[in-house]
Write a protein that binds this ligand. Structure first.
Ligand SMILES: [Zn+2]
Ligand SMILES: [Zn+2]
Length: 299
């Protein structure tokens, strides 16, 4: 009987999913061990690392090659029926090979980033974090599905703002972050086109969070999937104007104006840190292009 929910993480989170891979794939097909003899306690740390890396790699590639093309064809390339213009304010200024280059960068970046992320998930599996499995703990469903995801986003947004701002410092920008800023006009495929250390650094707050705050394993898995989706969403240039939310318009201005809108989910830290720029009064959404204005300087 295939435990399908475990594979999407809704049944047993990372722990159950990698156990499933070990029991039904690695043991019978790679090692010739019958599934009945499955015993995770005998697995070496090298095996655990390789399985979780392979699991993260396959899941992230599947995620990238599902949601980036869907967003690209159904949102990014969508035309306005009256004007015939692209709704994403997209003019293919960056050349025809942009998407191909972004996919190439993302392929190796995801491979390295998932290897660097695997140790965090090994600690989750060995119960070194505050991830819990019993829904009745820590105030039940209210904490698991409302309070802890809000804390998760608030904590991550705070950390990412400052990490991202540090990555724009002249010492770090060229070696680590410049690769992500290669194109001013982003596409959904830009979402994972990072130097792996850059992407890993910006992903660390999600993993550090579960060492500091209790989080139900299903909320953790769903929250990670949502932040992965959000990263694609802020690069597709199709936006809503929602109060307090750092959307695609804000991140478009980050790529065109460079020193504005470092936030990932909310605009709070940009407003507090003096780096906020309202994207709806500037090009491509409205008004003059940012390169015609005096820029805000951080370093
Ligand atoms: Zn940046
Ligand atoms: Zn970006």
């Amino acid at each position: 009987m295939l435990e399908i929910p475990t594979i999407i993480g809704l049944g047993l989170g990372f722990d159950g999913s990698t156990n499933w891979v070990n029991k039904y794939v690695v043991d019978p097909y790679l090692l010739g061990v019958p599934s009945e003899d499955f015993n995770p306690k005998t697995h070496s740390v090298h095996r655990k690392f390789l399985v979780i890396w392979a699991f993260l790699l396959v899941m992230t590639y599947a995620f990238y090659f599902t949601f980036c093309p869907l967003t690209y064809y159904f949102l990014f390339k969508r035309k306005d029926s009256k004007s015939g213009n692209n709704k994403a304010n997209w003019y293919q200024r960056e050349g025809k090979d942009q998407v191909r280059n972004e996919i190439k960068t993302s392929l190796w970046s995801i491979a390295v980033m998932t290897a660097m992320t695997a140790p965090f998930e090994l600690l989750v599996e060995s119960e070194k974090t505050k991830i819990y499995w019993d829904l009745n703990q820590h105030g039940g469903k209210l904490y698991a599905f409302v309070i802890s995801p809000i804390l998760f986003i608030t904590f991550s947004d705070t950390c990412i703002y400052w990490i991202h701002r540090a990555l724009h410092h002249k010492m770090l920008y060229k070696p680590l972050h410049k690769l992500h800023h290669r194109y001013k006009e982003t596409t959904p495929f830009s979402a994972y086109a990072f130097h792996p250390i850059d992407g890993w650094l910006q992903g660390c707050p999600y993993h550090i969070f579960v060492f500091l705050f209790p989080m139900h394993h299903v909320s953790y898995f769903i929250s990670l999937a949502c932040v992965g989706m959000w990263t694609i969403n802020i690069h597709d240039r199709v936006t809503w104007n929602l109060p307090f939310v750092n959307g695609a318009a804000h991140h478009t201005v980050h790529h065109t104006g460079f020193n504005y809108n470092y936030g990932q989910y909310l605009v709070f830290w940009d407003k507090f840190g003096g780096s906020y720029k309202d994207p709806f009064v500037t090009a491509p959404y409205n008004g003059t292009p940012l390169d015609k204005e005096k820029r805000f300087k951080t370093s």
